[in-house]
Design a protein around this ligand. Structure first.
Ligand SMILES: NC(=O)c1ccc[n+]([C@@H]2O[C@H](COP(=O)([O-])OP(=O)(O)OC[C@H]3O[C@@H](n4cnc5c(N)ncnc54)[C@H](O)[C@@H]3O)[C@@H](O)[C@H]2O)c1
Length: 447
């Protein structure tokens, strides 16, 4: 942006994504972007770390011309020469004012942006600092803005928020590199049909995610009534997208056409992946996996959505340990991005590679975890819930505890979450957690 002109290709992505990393744009980014595209758009681009494409950048004034990749260098050369030889204007973006809103209006826009930033993440400081820095430039001129930006940047660079968000950034990218699986040169196999057992809260969410990504799904339930209820849940999940304008009716029909129901295992001979999402009960799951071994083809991946049960126990009555794996989704499964892929010591690398591929295709962030109590997420989450329950035992109000947690920055408190997830799951989970953690030798604080 410090250049006298910018030339882009139509699909190039342009943006200032620094806030995503807990810092603010440096080297004048906070000062130049508002002067090139106006305050409202620049705030949106910075606060949401949202990039735009070349064409939009051209319309907004961020780039001066959009050309094909082949013409890029030649056009830029010609443009530079034209500027040098004064055939085109010599523009310093830092001193442009034509795109800036009048001061009164600018103050209102900044006030609104502050309120939005507070609403979105009450405890994050750096979005507010970014707004302050932008304001300084608009009120006291770009030089003052540059100084403030440089000082603020230095401070934020060493903040805990920045360190943590950098960690998140690299961790997210590291999830696709799994030692002993992705480094063996294996290619993911094609999954053409998926079966899901259980059309309850989780099964219906998983089925929704699958059909939204064009996987044909066979949903199995125990009886007609439960099957219809499961299909209705999937319909409701999709309908809510149609109502919000995120999906067309046509797309809805297409997704629903990929779904079929079943009460028996006859059609399981056609599936490449089964995801079991029935209630959290060891005996039931053991029986189901023994049945799956009988009815599914020998290459079929046998996945369970269990939150707590040892996968070795679930597969105890089978000889298919190498294709048994955890596919642990989070509620609501069609919305939450995380997918834990639980690998036992017997799960084959091929199965892990296949499931990583499915995870990406259904737009999840898959992480491969070990077959231990609570896997990765619940292993961190259970002690947090236990502490909350301990406070209740001491007589504290559940709403007060939830409020303290949301004030700290959690999207909701542990008790509201328990309501949302269903208390049955919480109780079943608690029993499993106790049993497994005792067998793993984890110290129990209570009971
Ligand atoms: N609720 C959550 O937030 C959550 C999150 C992650 C994982 N899980 C796990 O997902 C699994 C399902 O949980 P849920 O909350 O969806 O339960 P749920 O009670 O909402 O649904 C379970 C469904 O399984 C059906 N079912 C039972 N036996 C069956 C069989 N033999 N064949 C086909 N269907 C059968 C039931 O009729 C019911 O509709 C559990 O293992 C749970 O631990 C739950």
């Amino acid at each position: 942006m410090a250049c006298h002109a910018r030339i882009s290709t139509p699909t190039a992505q342009l943006g200032l994504p620094e806030l995503q990393l807990g810092i603010i744009p440096g080297f004048g980014g906070t000062q130049r972007l508002p002067r090139l595209v106006g305050l409202t758009k620049s705030l949106e681009m910075m606060l949401l770390s949202k990039p735009i494409k070349g064409e939009e950048a051209h319309q907004l004034g961020l780039v001066d011309s959009v050309v094909s990749p082949n013409d890029l260098v030649n056009t830029a050369r010609r443009w530079a020469l034209d500027i040098c030889e004064l055939r085109k204007p010599w523009i310093k973006s830092l001193y442009k004012t034509d795109k800036l809103e009048p001061l009164g209006e600018a103050r209102e826009i900044l006030k609104f942006a502050r309120a939005q930033a507070r609403k979105q993440a009450a405890n994050l400081e750096h979005p507010l600092i970014c707004i302050d820095v932008i304001e300084e430039g608009i009120v006291s001129g770009p030089r003052a803005g540059l100084w403030k930006e440089a000082n603020a940047f230095q401070g934020l660079l060493f903040s805990d928020t920045c360190k943590s968000l950098l960690h998140v950034f690299f961790s997210q990218r590291a999830t696709s590199k799994v030692p002993g699986a992705t480094d063996l040169g294996l290619m993911p196999r094609k999954i053409t049909k998926v079966a899901i057992l259980g059309g309850g809260l989780m099964g219906s969410g998983i089925a929704t995610a699958m059909i939204l990504s064009n996987y044909p799904v066979l949903l199995k339930e125990v009886n007609e009534k439960f099957l219809i209820a499961g299909i209705d849940r999937i319909k409701a999940n999709l309908q809510s997208r149609v109502i919000k304008g995120k999906m067309t009716e046509e797309r809805y029909e297409k997704a629903m056409s990929l779904l079929s129901g079943a009460l028996g295992y006859e059609k399981f001979k056609e599936v490449d992946l089964v995801i079991e999402a029935v209630i959290e009960n060891v005996k039931l799951k053991q029986q189901i996996f023994a049945d799956l071994e009988k009815y599914c083809p020998s290459h079929c991946i046998l996945a369970t959505n269990t939150s707590t049960i040892d996968l070795n126990l679930i597969g105890e009555k089978t000889k298919s340990q190498d294709r048994i794996v955890g596919a642990h989704f989070f509620s609501p499964a069609h919305v939450m991005p995380l997918l834990e892929i639980v690998r036992t010591q017997h799960t084959s690398a091929q199965v892990v590679v296949d499931l990583l591929d499915v995870g990406k295709r259904i737009k999840k962030t898959p992480i491969v975890v070990g077959n231990c109590t609570g896997f990765a997420v619940n292993r961190m989450f259970f002690p947090y819930t236990q502490s909350a329950l301990l406070f209740v035992d001491y007589g504290m109000d559940v709403y007060k505890i939830d409020r303290a947690c949301t004030k700290f920055g959690m999207p909701m408190g542990p008790f509201r979450l328990a309501d949302l997830v269903g208390f049955g799951v919480a109780v079943a989970t608690g029993m499993q957690y106790c049993r497994r953690s005792q067998s793993e030798g984890i110290l129990q604080v209570r009971g």
